[in-house]
Design a protein around this ligand. Structure first.
Ligand code: N01
Length: 536
């Protein structure tokens, strides 16, 4: 154990002003810590600050995708729709930051470039692109799993003469597609949300689809005063169910396995989930993501619903996925996506039949020799997810070893929270935790509360440091791998596996055991004197 606590500029540096970072600032400051938060963007909100593309809205219900830490806050805020739009979410985070006086400790437009450990004092030195250097005892990385945009290396992409817009770096000023020929590359959640909106405005829209995707209508609707009153009266129970659930929303799977239910029960359960809307369809039955036999009927139900709304059977055939079980990539949540292909001004290009060969000044050339004339190119091509933003910071731990070296063959954590060789540094909602498989707001709260308790434990014990043991990391990495391999999730080439980024090691990064189960595990570790961590 070190003898003294070295003098530092602040107790804690938090990196990132999304939902996780903002709550970390609030909670740790409420614990009496001095905190500085650095944010690269010009505003707060993290992923919601950057993703301003048309149609952007959350695929978790607004009532659930909001902080639970303050009862007055959850009672006073009024969501206007079942699924909140990106601008409404930004208004909410601004309300929270103002209400809890967070802005005074936030430095915007400040990118953290290096975080280096002083091994003698167990303090961190944080350097920013504004030339500032700040020392801290603790660092909380709240970088967001989906914050590093993936710009595909397509031949000639820089030759395109018109605007190239990535959904994850959308301009702040209004983009007007009126009279334009627009090309969208990518049919993940961002593409599927923006395509119907762009199609309404553009003269012509060409969608370049490499992999067909599962999507389910959001069933979005305005919330009435009565809806809101009912939700608020039931908030405590909603939160209790969410914390115990598989994904952080208050919905439980059908109480039987798929093939134990009768055909009638199955259809009724699928229908109910379809009506609920969106991503939760993947958890209609408890075994849907662990047994292919259980997955097939869900997939068939989905396919019959979708085929029914697409006019042209050939277009439908291109839009129906055939290469991965339903739910093994995040199911998208849409508003009129498949119906958009019935419009005269929309064309689907199936890149499996004719891949993109190159982009030139005026459009996209595909392998069948066609030139698709385009004025504006939209890249809905996703993110270097989960580790991409961590990798951009030069994080230097014990013995001068960098986190990029440590994670070269895939991320290695204990509980997602601790990294051996990097004492007093926590990573929020990243690899080794449920992360993007759960409601990120509640997940952030779970992590921040755990970290805050761990720091108090270190302080109470008179220690100055806290570090994951290497053996605990080995066991957790194995545990996460075993669980992932026991599910169908490894069967899709998803960004959960880093499969969307050429050269990335293929490692399933999130913990698939469920949000509630994960919460139990980390609570038990804390109750057992933080077993697997060592006090320094
Ligand atoms: O990114 P994606 P996203 N040539 O990686 C294609 C969350 N999110 O931004 O599948 C041609 O899912 C790629 O094709 P393929 C949510 O968790 C939530 O849409 O690799 N195509 C794919 O179609 C989501 O899962 C919300 O074959 C190329 C697409 O681009 C996550 O963010 C909204 C290509 C990328 O899809 C990521 O979603 C939005 C190339 N070279 C996002 N490179 C909500 O809350 C890539 N693609 C609703």
């Amino acid at each position: 154990m070190s003898e003294t606590v070295e003098s530092v500029d602040v107790d804690v540096v938090v990196v990132g002003a999304g939902f996780g970072g903002l709550y970390a600032l609030h909670r740790l400051r409420s614990d009496g810590k001095s905190v500085r938060l650095f944010e690269a963007g010009g505003g707060i909100g993290g992923v919601w600050y950057w993703n301003r593309y048309p149609g952007a809205r959350c695929d978790v219900e607004s009532v659930d995708y909001s902080y639970s830490f303050d009862e007055d806050l959850q009672q006073e805020w009024n969501w206007s729709e079942k699924y909140a739009t990106q601008p409404e979410i930004l208004r909410y985070v601004d309300h929270v930051a103002t209400r809890f006086d967070l802005y005074r400790d936030i430095s915007l437009n400040t990118r953290v470039e290096q975080i280096a450990l002083d091994e003698d004092t167990l303090t961190w030195t944080v350097r920013t692109d504004t030339g500032e250097t700040v020392t801290a005892r603790w660092v909380v990385l709240a970088l967001g799993p989906l914050s590093n945009s993936n710009i595909p290396a397509i031949d000639g992409i820089n030759d395109f003469a018109g605007p190239v817009l990535h959904t994850g770096q959308w301009p702040h000023e209004q983009v007007d597609f009126t009279g334009q020929r627009v090309g969208v590359i990518g049919t993940g959640s961002s593409g599927i949300q923006s395509i119907p909106e762009i199609a309404k405005q553009a003269d012509h829209l060409t969608v370049f689809q490499r992999t067909a995707n599962y999507s389910i209508p959001a069933g979005n609707r305005p919330l009435s005063d009565a809806d809101r009153a009912a939700q608020k009266a039931d908030y405590a129970e909603r939160r209790r169910l969410s914390m115990a659930s598989g994904g952080g929303s208050p919905h439980m799977a059908y109480p039987k396995n798929t093939l134990d239910a009768t055909e009638q029960e199955r259809q009724a359960a699928y229908e109910e989930r379809w009506e609920l809307g969106g991503v939760l369809f993947s958890k209609t039955f408890p075994d849907q993501l662990t047994s292919l036999d259980a997955n097939v009927p869900a997939r068939e139900f989905w396919e019959s619903k979708v085929r029914a709304v697409i006019d042209d059977p050939e277009v439908a055939a291109d839009l129906i996925p055939s290469d991965h079980p339903i739910g093994t990539k995040r199911i998208c949540t849409d508003s009129g996506y498949f119906e958009t292909y019935n419009r005269d001004n929309v064309e689907l290009v199936n890149l499996r039949k004719a891949p993109i060969e190159r982009i030139d000044a005026t459009g996209v050339v595909t392998a069948d020799g066609r030139h698709h004339d385009i004025d504006v190119l939209v890249l809905a091509t996703g993110f270097d997810a989960m580790t991409g933003s961590v990798a951009k910071i030069d994080i230097v731990g014990r013995g001068g070893r960098t986190l990029n070296d440590e994670w070269a063959a895939g991320p290695r954590t204990y509980l997602g929270l601790g990294i051996a060789g990097f004492p007093n540094l926590f990573n929020l909602t990243g690899p080794g935790s449920p992360s993007v498989l759960a409601n990120m707001v509640l997940h952030s709260e779970l992590h921040v509360d755990w970290i805050s308790d761990a720091i108090a434990h270190v302080d109470d014990s008179g220690s100055v440091g806290f570090e994951a043991r290497a053996e605990a990391v080995d066991e957790w990495v194995d545990e996460c791998r075993r669980r992932a391999e026991g599910s169908l999730m490894v069967q899709a080439n998803s960004w959960y596996l880093g499969a969307n980024i050429p050269g990335r090691p293929r490692v399933f990064m999130p913990f698939v055991g469920g949000f509630g189960a994960y919460g139990d595990i980390i609570a038990k570790v804390a109750a057992n004197d933080y077993e697997g961590f060592q006090l320094l």
